[in-house]
Design a protein around this ligand. Structure first.
Ligand code: G4F
Length: 334
């Protein structure tokens, strides 16, 4: 049975990747941060299944700033594949907490690489790199050869980590790959990312639970795909015979306003009376024209995104509606 270790297993991508690997017959281990509030909600359905948890799925406490524990876990588990997804992933927040963002996202990755370098049988490594490394790029769409030009502390930390993965591959012969992931969303997206925030608000307004939606820049444009397509890309990257970097993107740009229009249309609402601007959500710097060219992934991995932008936003909004409808029908305290 192949064995995988996932850092960031509790996140959107970590939870979908866990399901994909379990379906493919893997034994899955996950690294979870020891924090005071338990955050396992995306894995609850697996954690509460005695056929799975403790049989083929195992969680281990550990953190990216604790190399001794990381090393112990890697030596004990001896994974065949390591999917490194953990880190502070909110771009706006990285302007508020740049040092801890770099500590986790940049130095955390370097620590993993340093440990891997000493292992007798290092696992194959997938590093979740980000389109934010391109910031304000020289060309659009971007591909694997586009120079890095980050404009946020998060993008800069990811650029460092991405380059380190390449350096360790080339210098020490590790099977280490970067997947340069453009934005990818799903019903499991964190609530402080713009798609989920919008879909939630449209559904809550429809049900009369909320009255307005406060947003920053509506003109910001992104290449938005479905997280379930992107975790498949992660797995395919490590099944390829050669360790290489890949861009994963849809190649389509949409604005924040497009997300708003699609979500409110799904709820049969006119968005304009409800959406308000709030300067707190405007960032000190925004990337420009981040849109990816995934031709290499299409050619070598046969990877293609399957879900369209409007399908994704509609699905997220409808699921939010069902979730809120159930919650709001429960009596208080239930
Ligand atoms: O949803 P966002 O916060 O995603 P962002 O900044 O593009 O970052 C995401 O994608 C990256 C690329 O894959 C990842 F590396 C990163 O970890 C993360 O997953 O913001 C999208 C856009 C931005 O232009 C932002 O300024 O939405 C704009 N926006 C407008 N109002 C807002 C809001 N973003 C947030 N989070 N909240 C708002 O109220």
């Amino acid at each position: 049975m192949p064995r995988a270790l996932i850092t960031g297993i509790n996140g959107q991508d970590g939870s979908y990747l866990t399901e994909l690997l379990l379906d493919r017959g893997y034994e899955v281990h996950g690294l979870v941060r020891r924090v005071s509030t338990l955050n396992r909600s995306r894995l609850d359905h697996l954690y509460n299944n005695p056929q799975i948890y403790g049989q083929r799925l195992f969680l281990h406490y550990g953190d990216l700033d604790d190399p001794t524990t990381l090393r112990r876990i890697l030596v004990k588990i001896e994974p065949d594949e390591l999917y490194h997804l953990a880190g502070q992933s909110h771009v706006g927040l990285s302007f508020e907490i740049p040092e801890s963002t770099c500590e986790m996202t940049a130095m955390g990755t370097l620590r993993l690489l340093e440990i891997m370098r000493d292992l007798n049988r290092p696992p194959k490594l997938f590093h979740a790199a980000s389109s934010e490394i391109f910031g304000r790029p020289e060309k659009s769409p971007q591909d694997e050869l586009t120079p890095f030009a980050p404009v946020s502390p998060y993008g800069c930390a990811k650029a460092f980590a991405t380059r380190m993965v390449t350096i360790y591959r080339e210098t020490y012969g590790l099977f280490a790959c970067n997947g340069i992931m453009y934005n990818h969303e799903s019903p499991r997206r964190g609530e402080n990312f713009v798609t989920r925030k919008i879909c939630h608000a449209a559904a809550a307004i429809k049900l009369g639970l909320e009255k307005e939606l406060m947003l920053g820049d509506l003109t910001g444009r992104r290449d938005w795909g479905d997280a379930r397509d992107y975790v498949r890309a992660m797995w395919l990257t490590l099944q390829h015979s050669v360790a290489e970097d890949f861009v994963f993107a849809t190649g389509q740009l949409h604005s924040v306003q497009d997300v708003v229009e699609t979500a409110f249309k799904t709820m049969q609402l006119d968005w304009q009376p409800y959406v308000k601007r709030d300067a707190r959500f405007i960032r000190p710097a925004e990337p420009l024209q981040l849109v990816g060219n995934a031709a290499k992934a299409r050619l070598l991995l046969n990877w293609e995104p399957k879900t369209s932008f409007s399908q994704l936003i509609s699905e997220m909004t409808n699921l939010e509606l069902s979730r809120l409808a159930v919650q709001s029908s429960k009596p208080v305290g239930a």
